[in-house]
Design a protein around this ligand. Sequence first.
Ligand SMILES: Cc1cc2nc3c(=O)[nH]c(=O)nc-3n(C[C@H](O)[C@H](O)[C@H](O)COP(=O)(O)O)c2cc1C
Length: 202
Amino acid sequence: MKSKNSVLKVNSSSRFADSISRQVTQLISDRLLSVDADLTLIDRDLTTGVNFITEDWIGANFTDVSERSAEQTAVLADSTELVDELFAAQYLVIGAPMYNFSIPALLKAWFDQIARAKLTFEYTDTGPRGLVEGVKAYVVIASGGVTVGSEYDFSSKYVQQVLGFIGISDVTIIDASKIDLAAGDAVIQQQLSAVIGLEKAA
Ligand SMILES: Cc1cc2nc3c(=O)[nH]c(=O)nc-3n(C[C@H](O)[C@H](O)[C@H](O)COP(=O)(O)O)c2cc1C
């Protein structure tokens, strides 16, 4: 497992150059990397592929690690790689364009791959406990008309819930419309400071 010194950037927009969420996650990642030279970037672009959960995956995941066959370990290998990236992260920067009132299917698939019983969460006598510690998350939501935080935004609360479930409770939701990407660099940096509050890290 990598040491915890990474900015994990997870993008899920099907658009590229014109994608607002991709531009804002890039700006945030650049800012984080610029204030701490020890950080390195892990760039996880979900459009390159993320698996759906299969019956074999479920069977392998519910088999104790010590009893897993080589085939079962292989079935979980991609998921385990994603979990390793998460454990290596000090910062998690997620691009979440709003698709049909919620997150893209690619991002949901990523959450399904990283929510691993006994690895990223566990059940205790007092309820579930997240096992991913020490991660600060920024979630960039880009929408076309639905206001972030409104009753039709089914992204913000869901993302906060699932991140909290695996132990990431320090989550800042960023409405991408609050960053004027056409403004000059100084203005953009000012707007970033206002929404991501990186003064402490700077
Ligand atoms: C398939 C699809 C579904 C969308 N659904 C919504 C929606 O439910 N609500 C909304 O406000 N915008 C919706 N939009 C607009 C996008 O959220 C908006 O274009 C956003 O900027 C996309 O993120 P991106 O710029 O990073 O690609 C949708 C766009 C697409 C392509």
